[in-house]
Structure formats: C-alpha cells, structure tokens
Ligand binder design. Structure first.
Ligand code: DMJ
Length: 605
C-alpha cells in the first residue's frame, strides 16, 4: 500500500468500501427472500432477469413477518414451471371500427361511471382515509378487513385505469405507510387479505410499475406465508395473527375450511413468485393444487369439491353440499385463470377445469322455467344423498361470475360449447335483474328447474305449486296471487331467500367478459340498464349504499338503504362498468387475467 498517495486515492477507496457494503447487504437480503438453498435446482426458471430486491431495512421498530422463525421448514420447493409460455387462443373478439354516434354514447356512459367512482373515492378520502371502508350514509369510517385501508388498496388499480393518476399517486404514497405487522382485529381473514390486499398491490404494480407497490405486495405475501407454517403446510384461513407473530405456539391447519378459502391463493401467489423470482409462494399453492387434484374424483360428486373441506387431515371427501356459488366460487374461477397466468405450462389446471365443469354441467346448472321460455341457465346447488344427487334450484348473485368463467374457459380451451354456456349463465343474471321491480337482482332466489336444458315450456300450475311449496304453512289462508304480491315475487321466481343487494359485481363481471369475448354490443346496453338501476337504488349524498331488500318500496319509491359500502364496489363493480364502456384494448383479456377481486395481473408473453 502506497501510503504517500493515500490522500489522492481515498475518495476511490471510500467508494469501493461503500460498494462492497452495498453488495454484501443485497446478497444477505436476497438470501432472506430466496427459496431455501439447495431445494430449487436452479433459478433459470425465474421469469426475471433482475430478481426482486427488497428495500433497505431500516430499524423502524416494527415487527417484520419474514423474521418470524419457521416451525415447519420445507424440505423442498416446487418452482414455477419453466419454458416458453404456450401460444394460447385469442380471448377477445376482434373489434372493428366504431361509428361516431356509438362512440359518443359509449363515452358519455363511461364518464358517468367515472363520476360515480370519483364521488365515492373523494368521500372515502375525506371521511374514512386509511380506514377499511366508508359508511356511505353516516360518513363514519369502518374497520372490516384487518384495518389496513382495504378500500384504498382495493381501489389503487381502478384509479390508474380510470386515468386518475394524481389520486393514484396520493393513494400509493399513503399505502406505503400501512403496517401489516399489526392489525386492529384479533382474527384476520386470509382469503380476503389475499384477494383484496395482495391482489390490489400486485395489480397496482403491474399497471404502474411503482416498485413501492411490489414491496407492499411482498410484505403481505410474507405475512400470508406464515399462515402456511403448519405441519402439512396447509394454510389457516381465520388467522390469530398475534399468536402467530409471537411464534411460541405452533400452528395447525383447521379441520373445517370453506373450499374457496383453500383454493383461492393460486393466482395471487403465482404472480408474486413471477414478479419476485421467489418460488416460495408458488410452492405453497402447488401443494394445495396437488391436494385438489388427488381428491377430485373421490368426493361425493366426483369432479367437484364440497363446500367444506378438512385441510388438517387433507380430506375433501366427507361433506355433501356442492355449489359454484358462495364459499366455493373462486376455487373454480381460478383454474382457467391460473392456467393462463402460467402461460399454459401446468396442464393440471386444465384437467381441474375440464373435470369440474363437466360435473357442474351435469349436476349444478339448470334452466329456470320462465314465462317467455328464455333459454338461460343458473348455477344451482347440489346435495349428494345416498339415493343420488339432489339439485336445489337456487340462483345466487355470487354465482353470476360463472358466465364469465365458462366463456373464458371456452376460449382458452377452444370449446365453443362452454362459451355458449357462459352466455346462457350471463343471460340468466341479466334476466333476473330485468325482471325485478327495481331492476336489481337479489342475493339469492329460487326458481322452477326445467326437466331439460334443451327445451322448456312455461306451466302456470307447476309454477304455482312450487311457490306454495316454498311458502309452506305461513300462507295457508292466502291465494296464490296474494302470496305473489305479499312476497314481491316476479314471474318465474318461486322465492326470494335473501333480498339484499350489497353492491356486488358478479353480474356485470360476466356481462363485461361476454362483451369482450363475443363483441355483442347488446351487452353494453344491458350494462347501462343495470348501472342506471343500481345507481337509482344505491346513491347517497356521499357514495353508494347496500340495499337490505331490493323488493321493498319506501315513501320515495325506492327501498331503504344500509350504511355499508364494501371495497369491491370501487375495486370491482365500478371497474367492470367502466371497462365495458372503454376501448377494448384497455385491460385486454389477452394481456391480463383479473383476480377474483377484479385486480388485473399481467399475463406472460
Ligand atoms: C369479492 O370480494 C370477490 O369477488 C369474491 O370472489 C366474492 N365476493 C366479493 C364480491 O361479491
């Protein structure tokens, strides 16, 4: 060492020292996010040339989930599939030129949707900023999903898509300060955390490229992974986060879990592995997928999984209740979406889709008897009895997503019959909207199932008998006409089991997907009628409110309202209404898959 020249060289030496510290730091940090050493053969399957680097950890005084010791370390990790994504069939219709008149109508409808979003967002911003929800009548803030600003995170990508970039910037900057190391609630719902928060941050990152959104996604992902630290690596769905953070008590997966809660981590976890190059998340969902596949033909209705499963004992064969609706829905929705997100490189998702849809067509889908003999289908429920499978001819608003699922699956797997089924399922929900007195479908209703899906003729005697059966002894002294009036039953409906409309998206979701797939412009008109009806019932001074009974009529001619606005109103419902009136290449279904909370995630190219 030439000490005489040291003064001239010191800036260079200091630079070298700083660079070495930087390098050591990043090597250390990337190890803490990388798969367990030696368990993944190599990283060549990472879709990234620059694997994810977390931001420098400052001693911020907060607990970090990735530092919690693991009780059940993994012996091996399944990495993301390797290879070039397959060239999948085109999803969207090839749209031609649009007339000036059509464009004018479309844009004016779209601007009304945007206006509705802006009003709700500004009210949230003023009255409930950083809380989970705004109460749309009282203006009170509300905590409902962990206390991590659910509406803010869920709406990030909607703001981006609607070109509200200043609002996006403000929300993204605020989101950086959300603390996932703690929660205002003692039990956290991992399904909701995954679809709303992880999905929300991933889409915000995919659309904007804002690295801070990726860091937040990783934070949420690290927390979610702790719920998989169980002996068999199956997750806990209703999670006592505090005990988990303490790390003293070992966790075990529950013996009772809703099947959608177990089966709906795949899309978000896969995207997180893709954008970070860290396979731990993909490995976690791959274990669940393998369980679903191993039991698919062993359940009481082979091809389908029951509503309740047992992750603790890894058993899905006991429960007898089956549906495509609430508590099962996104399990099925995610098979074609996960296939697409993986660029067709894991064929298991096609098998899961094909077998479950074949069983659904046979056991769950039914044609309701309607006065106009409409050729439509609802997704009902089924119960596996010892004597055979019994159909419950219930239609749920939640099941309205199935039209979009069949249509997307039909396109991806080149099956026009599935696109056709998707259309009929979508049309049933549209029919239900249009036949309600205020133009909005209730949460759950019963219908008369036609004996055949092929043809069906209205029969008043059969309908009346079904209404009387559903009504039971409470209507002994009433005539059929009195019952129909008293129960506000539109023709074709035999009962309305749950009269709420809670600002849900599933019907417009399928209408949007069918429009993008078929190019049928009548779906834009359907969407507009739905939008006007929903707005007419739900608008408040501040935003939009849930409706406890869509059949009721108050003194103002409308049903009363509930003081509740779930974040999916901004994340999903308004996004779909906006997108159906946008240029078809905005969030093209050939470039994105939308998670079950309508968060668009980039497909591989
Ligand atoms: C949303 O959180 C998601 O769409 C979920 O899959 C079902 N329920 C709500 C919307 O209704």
């Amino acid at each position: 060492m030439d000490f005489a020249n040291l003064p001239r060289r010191w800036p260079w030496l200091v630079g070298l020292a700083l660079f070495s510290i930087f390098l050591l730091y990043h090597l250390h940090e990337s190890r803490s996010l990388s798969p367990t050493p030696n368990t993944v053969a190599d990283d060549s399957n990472s879709p990234l040339t620059n694997p994810y680097q977390p931001p420098p950890v400052s001693d911020d005084g907060h607990f970090h989930w990735e530092h919690r010791p693991t009780h059940y370390p993994l012996n091996s990790l399944t990495p993301l599939p390797t290879g070039q994504p397959k060239p999948l069939p085109r999803v969207q219709h090839s749209f031609g030129p649009e007339s000036a008149a059509d464009r004018e109508v479309r844009l004016s409808r779209q601007s009304k949707v945007k206006e509705t979003l802006i009003k709700a967002w500004q009210s949230y911003r003023i009255h409930a900023w950083m809380y989970d929800e705004l109460s749309p009548i009282s203006g009170q803030p509300r905590t409902s999903f962990g206390g991590w600003a659910a509406t803010l995170v869920d709406t990030l990508d909607t703001l981006w898509i609607m070109d509200l970039k200043d609002e996006f910037k403000e929300a993204a900057a605020a989101a950086v300060h959300i603390q996932f190391s703690t929660s205002t609630e003692s039990t956290v719902n991992m399904f909701e955390t995954n679809i709303r928060y992880l999905g929300g941050f991933l889409a915000a990152y995919d659309l904007s490229g804002d690295e801070r959104m990726l860091h937040k996604a990783v934070e949420v992902g690290n927390m979610l992974l702790v719920a998989f630290d169980t002996p068999n690596h199956m997750p806990i769905s209703r999670w006592q986060w505090k005990q988990a953070a303490d790390g003293i008590e070992k966790q075990v997966a529950p013996g009772f879990m809703l099947v959608s809660e177990l089966g709906s981590f795949s899309v978000e976890f896969t995207r997180l592995s893709q954008v970070t190059g860290d396979h731990r998340w993909y490995d976690a969902i791959d274990r669940i997928t393998k369980l679903f596949e191993s039991q698919q033909q062993k359940t009481k209705i082979p091809g389908l999984w029951p509503v309740v499963v047992n992750p603790k004992d890894m058993d899905m064969t006991s429960d007898r209740a089956f549906t495509l609706g609430g508590m099962s829905d996104s399990l099925y929705e995610y098979f074609p979406k996960e296939y697409v997100l993986l660029g067709g490189l894991n064929p298991v998702y096609e098998r899961l889709y094909q077998r479950s849809m074949a069983a659904s067509i046979e056991h769950l889908l039914f044609r309701p008897m309607t006065p106009t003999n409409a050729d439509i289908l609802f997704g009902g429920d089924a119960r596996a009895e010892d004597s055979g499978v019994a159909l419950e001819a219930r239609g749920q608003h939640l099941t309205c997503f199935a039209g979009g699922m069949f249509a997307l699956g039909g396109r991806i797997f080149s099956n026009p019959e599935h696109v056709n089924i998707g259309r009929k399922l979508t049309d049933a929900c549209v029919w239900a909207y249009e036949n309600m007195s205020h133009g909005v479908m209730p949460e759950i209703a019963h219908f008369v199932p036609c004996p055949s899906k092929q043809d069906c003729t209205w029969d008043t005697a059969i309908y009346d008998a079904a209404v009387l059966e559903r009504t039971g002894s409470s209507a002994e002294n009433l005539s059929i006409d009195e019952i129909l009036v008293q129960k506000h039953l539109p023709p074709g409906f035999t009962d309305i089991d749950d009269r709420r409309y809670i600002l849900r998206p599933e019907a417009i979701e399928s209408v949007f997907i069918l429009y993008r797939i078929t190019g049928d412009k009548s779906y834009q008109d359907v969407a507009w009628r739905m939008f006007e009806s929903i707005l007419n019932l739900t608008s408040t001074e501040l935003a939009n409110a849930a409706i406890p009974d869509v059949t009721a009529t108050g003194s103002d001619g409308k049903p009363p309202k509930d003081d509740r606005m779930e974040s999916f109103w901004l994340a999903e419902t308004l996004k779909y209404f906006y997108l159906i009136f946008s240029e078809p290449d905005l969030i093209s279904l050939d470039q994105y898959v939308l998670n079950t909370e309508a968060h668009p995630l980039r497909r591989p190219t």
